[in-house]
Design a protein around this ligand. Structure first.
Ligand code: AGV
Ligand code: CA
Length: 315
């Protein structure tokens, strides 16, 4: 049976690649897409999403909903700008028009409506902040029963997160830091959660070697799209910097397709609120249950990306 998926992302380079990969998966049915103004500017990120569905969606009929959720802690502008580059890729602009429409409702309402109308429970894939989901759960807690599970790229239980801002203590992961209260609201629900946190994503940095692997296969349009998209962000060279890119969301999306590429364990966790640790996720016996993805078989992972991207079209 195909699994119904609603995808809420925040327009980063790996969010958009995740959308492309989702459209290649034959074991899922994508029922909705929402875009948040977080690690991107939402206008180009939404247009790019619509163009990716047009170009790589194999005729999938979808609309893309724009979120009106706003940051508690905004992302650095330098990172958000990549959405303009993505939206300008010649590969996405060959036809000069966009067919996939923008949804009429804002993203949290679009999600709510789709959950209300569904007969079978839906799996939620979130690769940005949880704000839209928190708003849905607050507006009607009984909607929970329509959610099969949430797969979220966010949080970390390591000592060091990936936020380097003056108003935090450096323990947070960015998607959690953007809106800590939203994480708390979702943790307080009884929705089953799979967390793809920095524990596993730290094992899959973007490297020169992986760029070369994609470049040498650019005759496949899907791998050309992936290689061009990652060209907008820096790889890991000699040491990690604040901008070093990892395959955070792409790992999360591939885990949905094939959980055998990762290792998981059951945990109990909570999230801190307020200054200076707001957004820090931590383990506690009194916390909520979650499944933590903490390791990945990188060979299987990169092979899977190739396989999905090559199936879309032969050169
Ligand atoms: O914390 C990881 C999340 C993922 O959803 N994002 C990027 C991925 O889309 C935020 C982020 C952390 N470090 C970054 C980020 C960086 N160096 N560049 C861009 N975004
Ligand atoms: Ca993201």
């Amino acid at each position: 049976m195909t699994e119904k998926i609603y995808f809420n992302h925040d327009g980063g380079v790996d969010d958009l690649i995740s959308l492309f990969l989702l459209l290649q998966m034959d074991n899922i049915e994508l029922i909705g897409v929402g875009v948040v103004d977080a690690d991107s500017y939402v206008v180009p990120a939404t247009e790019a999403s619509r163009k990716i569905i047009d170009r790589f969606g194999h005729g999938t009929q979808l609309s893309v909903a724009v979120s009106n959720s706003r940051a508690v802690h905004p992302f650095p502008k330098e990172w958000r700008l990549a959405a303009y580059s993505e939206n300008s890729l010649p590969l996405l602009n060959e036809s000069g028009k966009i067919t996939t429409p923008e949804a009429s409702a804002p993203a949290h309402v679009d999600l709510f409506n789709k959950l209300q109308r569904t007969a079978d429970p839906v799996t939620l894939l979130f690769t940005g902040p949880l704000t839209d989901l928190a708003r849905v759960l607050k507006s009607d807690p009984s909607i929970e029963k329509k959610i099969k599970r949430l797969i979220w790229m966010g949080g970390t239980f390591l000592e060091k997160g990936n936020v380097a801002e003056p108003d935090c203590d450096g323990t947070q992961e960015w998607n959690s830091f953007w809106d800590p209260d939203a994480v708390k609201t979702v943790f307080n629900s009884s929705v089953p959660i799979d967390l793809v946190s920095l524990e596993s994503t730290n094992n899959v940095p973007l490297t020169k070697k992986i760029r070369q692997r994609w470049a040498s296969q650019r005759r496949y349009p899907g791998l050309d799209f992936i290689g061009n998209s990652y060209a907008f962000v820096p790889e890991l060279n000699f040491f990690e910097t604040n901008s070093t890119y990892y395959l955070w969301d792409v790992l999360t999306t591939c885990y949905l397709f094939d959980p055998s590429i990762v290792k998981t364990k059951e945990i109990k966790c909570d999230v801190k609120l307020g200054f200076p640790s707001g957004g820090q996720t931590f383990l506690t016996e009194t916390g909520r249950k979650a499944t933590l993805v903490y390791d990945v078989d990188s060979t299987k992972f990169f092979d899977l990306i190739d396989r999905l991207a090559k199936e879309t079209e032969q050169p």
